[in-house]
Design a protein around this ligand. Structure first.
Ligand SMILES: [Zn+2]
Length: 738
């Protein structure tokens, strides 16, 4: 059995070995030559994700919700930095070969073995001496570890500034930025103003520190490495009450309170600002943030009952035509973004105009541009009605009185037809719409309201007419002129009756419209006219961004505490979700631009590591005692290498046995992840028969057998890590070695 301390020292030494493999961490990025030292953490997986470790001489930010491993990882960097020479960033102990069981090189690369000067700012008051020493392997007795617990924020910002400018400090950890808080009197006032003041302070901190870095850069001096932790505080005033509905990807609506309480793994509808599309996105965080003193109720036009009604905290941001804005700053009459359905292409718009001139009606929602088209026909015209319905991808239904009817889906698309007005029993049509009249429009109108009085001798080609009893005379004149223009013959107009074509004009009329006359309505034209032939373009539903006016807004206070509870979810990538029937709401969690104190602030970090909340508070228990916890996340920004790499490792939080190994508090377990990584880079391959797995010269039936062999072998894990490093070195595009 391997003693843990030996294993530990080997892991540490391995980082050195890694450096050697990397030729002392000299890395070259694709676009420019940058010699970048890195402080490797004890997690191979994290180092892999961030291309070797924390970039030296740069600012890295660890962010994410509380209890996700940010502080531990920063402490681990402190512990590791103590073991490295701060001049050449190679291990002071030298390079140890676990196979030969000896140091193949003693001391650091440059031979100076320079002590790393570290400043640790514990603003959160969360320093735990025992944990730091045992779990994070920090030598807390060293004089080079400078510990600070600042009582004033201004003091903290200024001392860090002085430290950076001195050029004598190697590593600065700030835990955490979100805990920077202004003076006591501000704390006593409302939460909102604290958030605002805090934002100003954080902005100031970044400005000051950046200028210090810039000064060192200009003077050509060595810059310190900085790790800034940014806790996402749970006391954020940007939330919804539990009963607010969230639109799920499957179209259903769920109370946000239910999603949060059950930590539901659901996909919600979300708006992709870059692409301008609506898409499903996973919920990756669930938050309950206490209770609000008051909320805001606001109403928008357009819902099944005439409006959408939303309740939220007053800081909640919504998408306006000018960008994201807090609801408290959005006035009545301003518009905010909603999801709408649109399916009317040019063909269907034209078709609808015909229907509307004929028997159909559009039923608009109250106060809303959204409406639906209704078809209604008697039983012998049933097939014709079904055909019309099929064009809109809906089914016609036969009612009790044998009439056939269908309603299209609600859309904002019909609003272009508002130029058809029915006032005081008189129909008028705008010039713009009259101009849109085509042969198909008249053909549909004729099938609905037209009459054909037969092909007898007197009339030659019969007599076509369209009833328009309540159409305004001016409109009738213009419509008749338009019909003649597009070759539909010259009808005569009779106010209070409609349009009539004589025999000769009826021939012209029928020849043109016949291809649009459905077989069911063929009795309305002569038998020798061309056949029905309409090419209907494919029905497509698009969700589109639409801006809708707020027409009511008021503050809301309830004595029922449960109604004032603040809930929020974090949505991956887009950082927004839809509430109500499709109102786009911002989600503050996880979005760097809205992190506490991060209002509009551009962070000038080299690397951002986002820590994620685990689904399980403790990942494993032995005899009821939690023994390890998962720490994981994503490199969301990496200016010197590939970003968006994910990592996960287990951290032992108590002592336990694992495959015969004695695991101690603070040990890192990532065997399974390593096996996956080894497979990814071809270190573990398929044997010749394609069924078995091959690792080195051995064959294994299952991947789990490789795992067993690696874990039970005294140096298995370390050797596997080295094999992965070798494979990485050979692989293209990952990290280019100098
Ligand atoms: Zn050195």
């Amino acid at each position: 059995m391997v003693k843990i301390d030996e294993r530990q020292s080997r892991v540490n030494a391995l980082c050195g070995k890694m450096n050697e493999t990397y030729k002392t961490n000299l890395m070259k990025t694709n676009d420019r030559d940058v010699i970048m030292h890195r402080i490797p953490t004890r997690s191979f997986m994290l180092n892999y994700a961030c291309s070797g470790g924390i970039p030296v001489g740069r600012i890295s930010m660890f962010y994410g919700p509380s209890s996700t491993g940010k502080t531990f990882t920063a402490l681990d960097c402190v512990g590791q930095a103590q073991k490295y020479c701060s001049k050449c960033w190679t291990p002071k102990a030298g390079i140890y070969d676990p196979i030969q069981k000896k140091y193949i090189k003693e001391g650091c690369e440059c031979g100076e073995n320079r002590e790393t000067q570290i400043a640790y700012y514990d603003i959160e008051n969360s320093w735990d001496e025992e944990w730091s020493r045992n779990a994070a392997k920090i030598d807390t007795t060293r004089e080079s570890l400078h510990f600070s617990n600042p009582s004033f924020t201004e003091q903290c910002i200024d001392t860090i500034d002085a430290l950076i400018r001195s050029g004598d400090i190697d590593l600065i950890v700030v835990d955490s930025l979100a805990a920077l808080s202004p003076s006591e009197e501000v704390k006593k006032s409302t939460e909102e103003s604290v958030v605002g003041k805090q934002a100003l302070l954080v902005n100031r901190a970044w400005r000051v520190w950046n200028s210090a870095y810039a000064q060192l850069e200009n003077e050509g001096k060595k810059k310190p490495t900085m790790i800034v932790i940014n806790q996402e505080r749970l006391k954020i005033g940007v939330c919804f009450p539990p009963e607010q509905r969230v639109l799920l990807a499957n179209g259903k609506r769920e109370r946000i309170g239910t999603i949060v309480n059950r930590k539901m793994n659901v996909e919600v509808m979300s708006f992709n600002e870059e692409k301008g599309i609506f898409e499903p996105k996973k919920v990756i965080g669930w938050f309950k943030n206490g209770f609000a003193d008051r909320m805001v109720n606001f109403k928008l036009k357009g819902d099944s009952c005439g409006y959408r009604s939303i309740r939220c905290t007053e800081d909640h941001k919504f998408l306006t035509e000018q960008g994201w804005k807090a609801i408290k700053d959005i006035e009545i009459g301003e518009k905010i973004g909603v999801k709408e359905v649109e399916y009317l292409d040019n063909f269907r718009k034209e078709f609808t105009l015909g229907c509307l001139l004929g028997d159909s009606q559009i039923r608009y929602e109250k106060f809303s541009p959204r409406g639906r088209l209704r078809f209604l026909h008697c039983s012998w015209q049933g097939d014709y009605c079904k055909w019309k319905a099929s064009i809109f991808n809906i089914e016609a239904k036969t009612k009790k009185n044998n009439r056939v009817t269908a309603d299209t889906k609600l859309t904002i698309g019909y609003s272009f037809l508002k130029g058809i007005k029915k006032e005081k029993g008189v129909i008028s049509i705008s010039d713009e719409l009259i101009d849109k009249i085509t042969t198909m429009v008249v053909a549909i109108w004729y099938q609905d309201d037209g009459n054909f009085s037969g092909a007898h001798a007197k009339w030659g080609y019969g007599k076509c007419s369209i009833a328009a009893k309540i159409m305004e005379i001016d409109t009738m004149i213009k419509v008749a002129k338009k019909m003649e223009e597009i070759g539909l013959g010259k009808p005569t107009i009779k106010q209070g009756v409609g349009f009539t074509w004589n025999g000769e004009e009826s021939k012209k009329f029928q020849e043109k419209i016949a291809q649009y006359v459905h077989p069911n309505m063929r009795y309305k034209i002569r038998h020798d006219m061309p056949y029905f032939n309409v090419v209907v373009p494919e029905y497509k539903e698009n969700t589109v961004l639409h801006f809708e006016k707020i027409f009511q807004k008021e503050y809301y206070v309830s004595k029922a505490k449960s109604r004032m509870e603040k809930c929020d979810i974090e949505v991956e990538d887009n950082h927004n979700y839809l509430v109500g029937n499709g109102v786009i709401a911002h989600n503050c969690y996880g979005d760097p631009s809205t992190r506490p104190g991060g209002e509009g602030q551009k962070y000038v970090t080299s690397m951002d590591v986002k820590f994620k909340k685990n689904k399980y508070e403790f990942s494993a228990k032995e005899n009821g005692i939690p023994v390890w916890t998962l720490i994981g996340g994503k490199i969301t920004k990496n200016k010197t290498a590939t970003a968006q790499m994910e990592f996960e490792f287990a951290l032992a939080i108590n002592r336990f046995k694992y495959h015969g190994m004695d695991i101690k508090k603070g040990d890192i377990l990532e065997f399974k992840e390593l096996i996956k990584l080894a497979e990814l880079h071809g270190v573990i391959g398929k044997a010749d028969d394609g069924k078995k797995f091959r690792y080195k010269d051995n064959e294994f039936k299952k991947l789990s057998d490789v795992y067993e062999s690696v874990v039970y072998n005294e140096f298995g894990v370390e050797v596997l890590k080295m094999d992965i490093m070798e494979a990485l070195k050979k692989s293209e595009g990952m990290i280019e070695m100098k």
